[in-house]
Design a protein around this ligand. Structure first.
Ligand code: HEM
Length: 346
């Protein structure tokens, strides 16, 4: 494999890993499992290609006569890629260590982002164009195909081997998350986006507002929110755990009907007391639950009491906590994702 093909291959894989990695953050339903499969196979491919690359550049990395800046940049890049790849494999293998208090998945995500920026700069400064012979040679083609085949085969074998060795990784969900506190009420981990941390909400003065494109605006007290609907659903946090629970509360469809949602409405935004909000298409919104109870227990404050959203198939950060308002809309709420950043600083 020529040096240029190796380098462009590495850059292409880093780009593919960043894109699929970012998409894993939204992949909560089994239909999206292919995204994580592609990510894993590309992860194995990059690990193999890094070995090819290191065999070529190792002498230059260790030789003191080579320019100091170049050596430092090279060593930094190697550390970032090896660190990111190692954290990915250790996490998926079920190793539960948390260096400096951060899970291996957090290290993996952080190093992945740093690595992508570093590779982008490196390519702008030093990339050499691919030549005809880089692409046309039979050897190039066979090596690239062989590498891709090894990556796919290793990915196929990964789970069976983990099962055979009774590794914890065999029990991870297709998203890479591990089970925590299922069907045990509030006894599962609680995480909040960035730093959302509101004061406890007084149940007596709590009102859920339903507004926007509705015939009648509503302000519903907790007592009026009959907890009549139940749903078994899995909360899958991008932080790396999942918990399956029996959630009890009221279907959002009931509230939309009660308020007389405009038939032309297409979107529903669910908002928190913190200002955090997330938006759903109206069909999906109708299937969601506003939960007041989790497997028999009233929701605790850190899990979003008095009311949190249960959105099966969506990732945990979309399950809005401390819900205080619902807005029925005709147009999508395009700025809702930004609230994930500023709500924490409000
Ligand atoms: C920043 C965005 C990224 C996110 C959110 C992300 C997320 C993930 C997740 C959730 C897993 C676990 C999947 C599983 O358990 O099957 C994983 C595994 C992995 N990722 Fe990433 N990743 C990102 C970027 C990267 C980059 C840039 C690389 C490589 C340079 C990479 C290489 C890997 C590898 C090697 C694995 C292990 C694959 C396996 O066990 O088969 N990731 N990643």
């Amino acid at each position: 494999m020529t040096a240029r093909v190796t380098d462009w291959g590495l850059a292409g894989l880093v780009a593919a890993l960043l894109v699929t990695g970012a998409l894993t953050l939204f992949a909560g339903s089994p239909g999206a499992a292919w995204i994580i499969a592609v990510h894993d196979a590309c992860g194995i491919a990059i690990a193999l290609l890094v070995i090819v690359k290191l065999r070529r550049v190792w002498p230059r990395l260790v030789r003191a006569s080579h320019g100091t800046h170049r050596r430092a940049a090279g060593i930094g890049a190697v550390l970032a890629v090896v660190g990111c790849v190692a954290a990915g494999f250790l996490w998926s293998g079920g190793v539960a260590v948390a260096p400096a208090g951060y899970s291996l998945l957090s290290w993996h995500d952080g190093l992945g982002a740093i690595l992508t920026i570093a590779v982008a700069i490196h390519m702008v400064v030093r990339a050499k164009r691919l030549r005809r012979r880089d692409l046309a040679g039979r050897r190039q083609f066979l090596t690239a195909t062989g590498l891709a085949a090894c990556a796919v085969l290793a990915w196929r074998l990964q789970r069976p081997v983990e099962t055979l060795l009774a590794l914890k990784g065999a029990r991870r969900r297709f998203t890479g998350s591990y089970e925590a506190g299922s069907f045990a009420g509030n006894a599962f981990p609680s995480t909040s986006w960035v730093a959302d941390n509101p004061a406890v909400i007084d149940p007596a003065s709590y009102r859920l507002r339903v507004e926007g494109r509705v015939a009648h605006r509503l302000a519903i007290s907790l007592a009026e929110l009959a907890a009549a609907d139940e749903l078994v659903a899995t909360l899958d946090c991008t932080g790396g755990f999942y918990s399956t629970q029996r959630w009890r509360g009221v279907r959002l469809s009931r509230l939309l009907d009660l308020a007389g949602a405009d038939p032309a409405a297409r979107h529903v935004t669910v908002g928190s007391v913190t200002g955090y909000r997330w938006s759903f298409g109206i069909e999906e919104a109708r299937s969601l639950l506003l939960a007041t109870h989790v497997t028999g227990a009233p929701l605790s404050h850190d899990h979003g009491a008095p009311v949190r959203l249960v959105a099966p198939g969506a990732r945990g950060f979309q399950w809005v906590k401390w819900v205080t308002h619902i807005e029925v809309r005709r147009d999508p709420d395009l700025t809702a994702p930004l609230s994930t950043v500023w709500s924490s600083f409000g």
